[in-house]
Design a protein. Sequence first.
Length: 364
Amino acid sequence: MLKILLVAGARPNFMKVAPIYAEMRRRPDEFEPLIVHTGQHYDTAMSDAFFTDLGMPKPDVYLGVGSGSHAVQTARIMTEFEPVLLEHEPDWVLVVGDVNSTIACALVAVKLGVRVVHVEAGLRSRDRAMPEEINRILTDSISDLLLTTSQDADENLRAEGIPDEKIRFVGNVMIDSLLEHVKVAADSNVRKTLGVSDDDYAVCTLHRPSNVDDMQVFSGIIGSLIDISDHLPIIFPVHPRTRAKIDEFGLADDISASNIRLIDPLGYIDFMALYSGARLVLTDSGGLQEETTVLGIPCLTLRENTERPVTIELGTNILVGTDPETIKRSAIEVLAKVGKSANAKIPPLWDGKAAERICNELLN
């Protein structure tokens, strides 16, 4: 039997860890999974609610590191995680994604001689100004087993000198969560509560520092959203850091005078119910690029690059950058049904069975 510490720290991690944990619990003769929640996302709506929605138990270990600079947060996670690792002596530490918890726990494990498996390995935006890109590159360079979501990720790893025997294409485990819960989301009352109907609204999420911390960039994006909202109302669940910047930059009055509706962050199921009924999604999130591709919803990614090119090549994603006129023009084209969404395809192995393949690879 393999003892596995599954590390989760931020919202996207929970949806990836949940199906892996569930699959391991279905195989008690093969796996002993323990969930370590670092507490990187400490807001209840962004953490506890996701555990509840995903049917995950209370974490076996909660580190409670909270917020801080990248250095402070990463250091706290490392110092809190080390005694946990020494106590439990796992066979593997499983890390997912690209947040500070990912690299911090991988570093601790490697230095203690514990094998590390990185789920969602090999994604590259080619933008080293993104903290997540640094986390990805470093985590991949020290992991023992690299499990990828798409074949372009395999190619990225090979280009960086990772030997083939460490790389396994297993598909996208976050899609396991999506397909598992999409029917449950259909019973959510969130759209009724908000007073919106299918295809009658857009959904927007913004949280990346490059978009919300720069007043000129953020003001331009908000201006484009205000213009788009003249054509289609926008529901905007607001990340805590984004709401703070709206207030700091004096954008609240312009937003309130538009057809943009700011709401608090939603739990996993309610948010899925919201975006699954949208006519258009505008986001700087990585995960939403994938989820909208599977559901066939047009997605405008408000970034200059993406680590998920397969969502553009095969899916519904359009990379539009942060220029306000480009954002507005692209949205109008989508609303006029000009574009490629009708021809979009679901990428290979995004089939709801990635967790099973991940577990099988750990046994090989």
